[in-house]
Write a protein that binds this ligand. Structure first.
Ligand SMILES: Cc1ncc(COP(=O)(O)O)c(C=O)c1O
Length: 386
């Protein structure tokens, strides 16, 4: 740090220069992000709440009540008006919290967690921190967890099963009702990672585009990750962890004597934590309502269908699977996917280059015209590579 402080003018000038290197969602060229532009009104309410600390509900009871209302709204979205939980920093913290509760609930007697190979790497982090062993099971040809493999792997050491509702790579949804049956039969904790899908699937169901059960409607589901900072159009950081009822939060409760005359109980990993994300999520949900989210998801799905059809028309691209939500994976034949991604990057397109495919997220900031322009550039790139 320099000795003498800079003026506001100077700071803003430096920041403007430094931050102009960052990409902007409004370009339409970011096809690799699970986050998007937050709603304007959520940005506004976020910025008026910067000093508020949800780790101290004695000082900030208004904020604390708003967080509770957000959890209740998310609970209803996930078929459970009694759900309890918190707005956390993201899907990673939510997944760690779920396994932390699962581990403590069985008094550390069991340590194996069955996960599909499609699970997000945050479970690796969770296992590392909590001293758990991940037992990875393969997927079916629909890219969903193989239920018979789960049954094979269940044993007396099995602490938890993870089901994914909207996989990171392809947006597929595991058979949660079957996992629920297995978890109840074997007295195993079932966590559903709907970090991405949580703000998509309920609206697909409203639109008649998805029929399965993926949430607390399945009786074995004990916890769900749902991230407002992905398809919830909220500012980062805003993840969500919901449990079936408050008893799960009690497991990690810690009363703290130096806050609120010794009356504050904390049920989060973080101590001091921002209220602004909860306030911004409350704002987004109140502002859009169910119909607002439904229209946004409808648009994303329609645009995904456009991209899917356009990709199918190209000779040298193969779509991995018909998309369930607004994520598409594809590969190119006779050419290295990396070369294609690199050439498209030179044209400004930002894609995810994954081990098995190129992945595209059709987010609210992506419009049909961007996708048509992208496919035209992709076609040119493929023609340029013999
Ligand atoms: C299914 C899933 N779970 C969890 C996460 C982790 O979320 P975050 O990056 O907010 O920690 C992601 C992120 O992509 C995800 O796709």
């Amino acid at each position: 740090m320099q000795e003498k402080g800079f003026s506001e003018e100077k700071i803003l000038k430096i920041l403007q220069k430094r931050l102009c290197k960052d990409q902007k969602y409004s370009s339409g060229k970011i096809l690799a992000s699970m986050c998007t532009n937050p709603l304007e009104i959520s940005k506004k309410t976020y910025s008026i709440a910067l000093e508020k600390n949800l780790g101290d509900e004695f000082l900030f009871p208004g904020s604390s009540n708003l967080e509770k209302e957000v959890i209740s709204m998310l609970g209803v979205l996930l078929s459970n008006s009694h759900a309890a939980g918190h707005i956390v920093s993201g899907g990673t913290e939510a997944n760690i919290t779920a396994l932390w509760v699962a581990k403590k609930q069985c008094n550390n007697r069991k340590n194996e967690v069955i996960i599909p190979i499609s699970a997000h790497y945050s479970f690796e982090r969770a296992a590392d921190i909590l001293g758990l062993k991940l037992v990875e099971v393969p997927l079916t040809n629909e890219f969903k967890i193989d239920i018979s493999e789960v049954e094979n792997e269940i044993n007396r050491q099995t602490l938890a099963i993870i089901g994914i509702a909207g996989s990171t790579l392809l947006g597929t949804v595991d058979d949660i009702p079957k996992l629920s049956d297995i978890s109840l039969e074997n007295d195993v904790f079932l966590h559903v990672d709907a970090a991405f899908g949580g703000f998509v699937i309920p609206f697909l169901k409203d639109l008649g585009l998805y029929e399965g059960v993926f949430d607390f409607e399945a009786p074995g589901v004990k916890s769900i990750t749902i991230d407002p900072h992905k398809m919830g159009l909220c500012p980062i950081p805003a993840g969500g962890i919901l449990f079936r009822d408050t008893s799960f939060l009690s497991i990690i409760n810690r009363s703290v004597d130096y806050i609120g005359l010794g009356k504050v109980n904390l049920t989060t990993l973080q101590g001091t934590r921002p209220a602004a994300p909860s306030i911004a999520v409350w704002t987004a949900m109140k502002s859009l309502g169910r119909s607002g989210y439904r229209s946004i998801v409808k648009k994303c799905i329609e645009n995904t269908a456009i991209l899917y059809e356009e990709l199918k028309k190209l000779d040298r691209t193969q779509v991995i699977i018909k998309p369930t939500m607004n994520i598409i994976g594809f590969t190119c034949s006779g050419v290295d996917d990396k070369l294609v991604v690199d050439k498209l990057l030179k044209k400004g397109w930002i894609l995810s280059l994954c081990q098995t495919c190129i992945r595209i997220l059709v987010m609210p900031h992506t419009e049909a015209k961007h996708l048509k322009e992208f496919v035209s550039d992709l076609n040119d790139v493929l023609l340029s590579i013999k």
